[in-house]
Design a protein around this ligand. Structure first.
Ligand code: ASP
Ligand code: MG
Length: 246
């Protein structure tokens, strides 16, 4: 049996069609002889929107329009997938409780980590519901309890050993297993949410791949690999076939 980790970034889940595409890819990759762990980040530009919510926190009510934008965006994607709002109901309630707890307070880094990572939770709940509807045996895992970090909020350092222990314990990776978790977020030993830094979801994927001793980590992109430039802005950009770590 082989083990694989697949990571999908924000662009890969930016709307209902993109989520359907992820479903097609995973239905294709899931085979009886492979154990899969899947990392998904927040949908589209949600993390930027969550940062707006966070920075409006000190002004209390000022955060409401940004919260409403986040709600409407996800409700629209659920609609596009013909799924009910109840998919997000629990996490949305938790998000509102967290907002209420932080409203009117200084927008510090701990508050950032308490709030911004909800983008990944919403995203993975929606993808989970979609994969389950396709009949895939998907299990949702909270990265708050999976990726163990210090309390260096917004740039937390990962405790590799404890993370490896938890991943191995939580993801048995038996035949046909399909685990789905959030990129970018982690939590301290006492359960306080943290984040790994912007664009941190690729790193989350690498952490899982290492912990699970996976054969490969596949980072799905809207381009065919690491390129010499952004092909939308610079058409001669070409793919780099091999890159060393340095
Ligand atoms: N959602 C986070 C960000 O936009 C993490 C990631 O996508 O890698 O930075
Ligand atoms: Mg990204």
């Amino acid at each position: 049996m082989t083990r694989e980790v697949h990571k999908f970034g924000g662009a890969s889940v930016r709307d209902a069609d993109a989520v359907r595409n992820v479903g097609r890819i995973l239905a294709d990759v899931a085979r009886a002889d492979v154990g899969l762990a899947v990392v998904v980040s927040a949908m589209g530009k949600t993390t930027n929107a969550m940062e707006s919510v966070w920075s409006a926190l000190p002004q209390g009510e000022a955060a409401i329009p940004a919260v409403e934008r986040v709600r409407r965006f996800h409700a629209g994607i659920l609609d596009g997938l013909s799924m009910p709002w109840s998919v997000l109901e629990k996490d949305w309630a938790l998000f509102e409780d967290t907002l209420a707890a932080w409203k009117g307070q200084a927008a510090d880094d701990r508050g950032y980590d308490a709030l911004v990572g909800f983008g990944e939770r919403f995203s993975t709940r929606i993808v989970h519901a979609h994969l389950a509807a396709l009949g895939l045996p998907v299990e949702w895992v909270s990265a708050w309890e999976l990726i163990v970090t210090d309390a260096g909020h917004r740039a937390a350092r990962v405790d590799l050993e404890e993370t490896r222990n938890r991943v191995v314990q939580r993801m048995s990776m038996g035949t046909g297993a399909l685990y789905l978790t959030q990129g970018f977020v982690g939590g301290t030993l006492d359960g306080t949410p943290t984040t790994l830094g912007r664009e941190g979801s690729d790193f989350s994927g690498a952490l899982l791949a290492e912990a699970l001793d996976a054969e490969r980590l596949v980072v799905w992109k809207d381009v065919s690999g690491v390129m010499t430039g952004d092909p939308r802005r610079w058409p001669p950009a070409r793919r780099i076939e091999r890159l060393d770590y340095g």
